[in-house]
Design a protein around this ligand. Structure first.
Ligand SMILES: CC(C)(COP(=O)(O)OP(=O)(O)OC[C@H]1O[C@@H](n2cnc3c(N)ncnc32)[C@H](O)[C@@H]1OP(=O)(O)O)[C@@H](O)C(=O)NCCC(=O)NCCS
Length: 178
């Protein structure tokens, strides 16, 4: 299970994407994700298509570098697309929150930042869950490597679409002790 962020990371603040951080300097090794941040992310925020959260190095001088990001969007899915275990007792259509664009800059990968972002996304999910419901977090893994990454945090995939992963609300509540 993911752990909570530690004090050692406190110079890194997770906040909604604003105009000021250095979007152009971000490189996570995935060109589509870099381009999304540079060219599309602000429009998504302004139009309400999604909310984008960035982890910014507050100790750096302006424009402050973006260390990592993720996006959240409301989603509606057919319960038949879940595992049969999960689909039991659910109505035909259910709502949840889609986690997207999880990315960490190459210079900061493998230091637990992805884990910190995932824990933050789970916390945001619970805020939505408490006021509007939702059965969990959904994510489209971009490849098998990304799938393996998510699975270690408890994400499960139905046999019908193995790159579409789901983290049930119960797993999130246990992980965050909520
Ligand atoms: C995938 C990504 C977000 C992981 O972020 P990160 O900060 O490097 O990951 P963390 O340091 O939190 O890793 C947590 C654990 O996952 C493991 N891990 C990291 N990247 C992994 C990968 N690609 N596949 C499988 N496991 C991975 C680490 O070994 C670590 O385990 P440990 O704590 O036992 O050592 C980052 O590598 C990235 O931005 N990649 C490019 C964009 C991408 O692929 N995004 C996913 C979109 S679907």
């Amino acid at each position: 299970m993911p752990s909570k962020p530690t004090k050692a990371r406190s110079v890194h603040q997770i906040e909604q994407l604003a105009k000021t951080p250095d979007r152009d300097g971000f490189d996570c090794g995935s060109a589509p994700l870099n381009l999304f941040l540079q060219q599309t992310a602000r429009q998504h925020v302004e139009r309400g298509i999604s909310r984008i959260f960035v982890l910014v190095d507050e100790a750096a001088t302006a424009p402050k570098p973006i260390v990592g990001l993720f996006s959240l969007t409301l989603c509606q899915i057919k319960s038949e697309s879940l595992t049969s275990q999960e689909a039991k007792k659910l109505p035909r259509e259910v709502v949840g929150v889609r986690l997207g664009r999880l990315a960490v800059s190459k210079a900061h990968q493998r230091q637990g930042i992805g884990k910190i972002l995932l824990v933050a996304a789970m916390g945001k999910f619970l805020e939505i869950f408490n006021s509007a419901g939702g059965i969990g977090l959904f994510v489209d893994a971009k490849d098998q490597d990304a799938k393996r990454y998510y699975e270690q945090f408890g994400f499960v995939s139905p046999p019908s679409n193995e790159l579409e992963l789901f983290l049930p609300v119960k797993t999130i509540q246990v992980a965050l002790d909520a």
